[in-house]
Design a protein around this ligand. Sequence first.
Ligand code: APR
Length: 236
Amino acid sequence: MRVVVLTGAGISAESGLATFRDAGGLWEGFAVEDVATPEGFARDPDTVLAFYDARRRAAASAVPNPAHDALVALERELGEDLLVVTQNVDDLHERAGSRRLLHMHGELARARCTACGLVTAWHADLRPRPACPSCGRRALRPDVVWFGEVPYGLDTIEDAVRGCDVFAAVGTSGAVYPAAGLGATAAAFGARTVELNLAPSLPAVPFDDVRVGPATAVVPAWVDEIVRGGTPGLAG
Ligand code: APR
């Protein structure tokens, strides 16, 4: 059974990391166009770098929660038949042990040089404008996909979604494309679809099954169903 799991900020909420659109979320304190667009970066790089430095530090001090751990257990069960596609830029999936993982919106723990193109692991602040380890110029930016930029791995994601038997969306509002359209694609290609969320989203194409609750409760329960050999994604 081939499974694709799309995760959003809600899977990291119980690890203490802010989501974007919930009350008190990141987009309450910051305007997207100021901190999550190439234009915002060109206009005021210090503000953008400080925004991501704060998020990188918050992610580094957070720990994976039982929802991340459950997806690792699912990977032990399914191996190559599982792909976790995350919109999140934190590294909690990796630190929990996920390997079958694709960060479609990039990663806080990577930097990209706007001068020479180097992409490298990065854990320090970028606001002080450290020199690029390759070309030496002070031109590093977070390797995070901003609005108006092309997400990573779209071909791999599309192939996996079209070929899966079960598609699960965990902790995502479905507000941002192309991630928000993946459930409809999976359904169109015959997959069972399930949403696991604290509050159901309102997708263009309804999910076959909706599990409402905190990710740390509903994700382990759903994975247990699969591991016990049930047919996941069925109602009830
Ligand atoms: N358990 C499960 N789901 C939760 C929890 C929780 N404890 N807390 C919040 N949620 C759900 C909310 O109900 C909501 O559906 O997480 C979702 C958070 O939605 P957003 O804040 O919009 O985050 P996300 O869907 O990941 O945003 C997608 O938008 O701004 C861009 O690039 C950014 O990757 C991000 C994308």
